[in-house]
Design a protein around this ligand. Structure first.
Ligand SMILES: [Zn+2]
Length: 173
């Protein structure tokens, strides 16, 4: 599945007309001049389910998609950083909070979002410093106990992670 935009008509490197060729197991756009192959591959995102005093940190989205909904602090991984580094950086940018990652929570795929298909890598984390202050894509930072989670949570990956967290936190009740 593509991201909703037209496939490359011209090679981004040598500007020759691209064509459809069967290469590496499926039909892809290929440049007959320089051999560039356009792999339509997923963007990689990383985020955190970060806790402080038994509550989870969520941000209210200030941008599309899902503007106004709540989600886990997360964002795209830059080409020169690890997913773990990206998760920590995005959390700091969006919430003002420093976190320490404590484990891998989930790796899931999505096929239909504003910027095309992607993979989201979620980590568990503990807040270790900073002051809550929304920034970047976030308009608000909130702490929610397992019985206080907002109804409008964006993205299936976030809803699954938070449902599991809530179950875990309330299993002894
Ligand atoms: Zn080319």
């Amino acid at each position: 599945m593509r991201d909703g935009r037209e496939p490359y008509a011209y090679c981004p490197y040598c500007r020759a007309e691209m064509q459809d060729n069967f290469v590496f197991g499926r039909t892809r756009r290929v440049c007959p001049e320089c051999g560039f192959v356009h792999f339509v591959d997923p963007k990689v995102g990383a985020g955190v389910l970060a806790e402080q005093n038994g509550k989870v940190v969520l941000v209210r989205r200030g941008v599309v998609p899902a503007i106004g909904s709540w989600c886990l602090p997360s964002g795209f991984v830059e080409y020169d950083e690890s997913p773990a580094e990206a998760a920590v950086r995005e959390c700091l940018e969006e919430t003002g909070l420093q976190v320490r990652l404590t484990g891998l929570l989930d790796v899931t795929q999505y096929v239909s979002e504003l910027r095309g298909p992607g993979i989201i890598i979620l980590y568990r984390a503990q807040v270790v410093g900073g002051e809550p202050r929304p920034g970047d894509d976030a308009s608000e930072v909130g702490f929610f106990g397992p019985h206080e989670l907002p109804a409008d949570i964006a993205f299936p990956s976030n809803r699954r992670a938070l449902a599991r967290w809530r179950e875990e936190m309330t299993s002894g009740e």
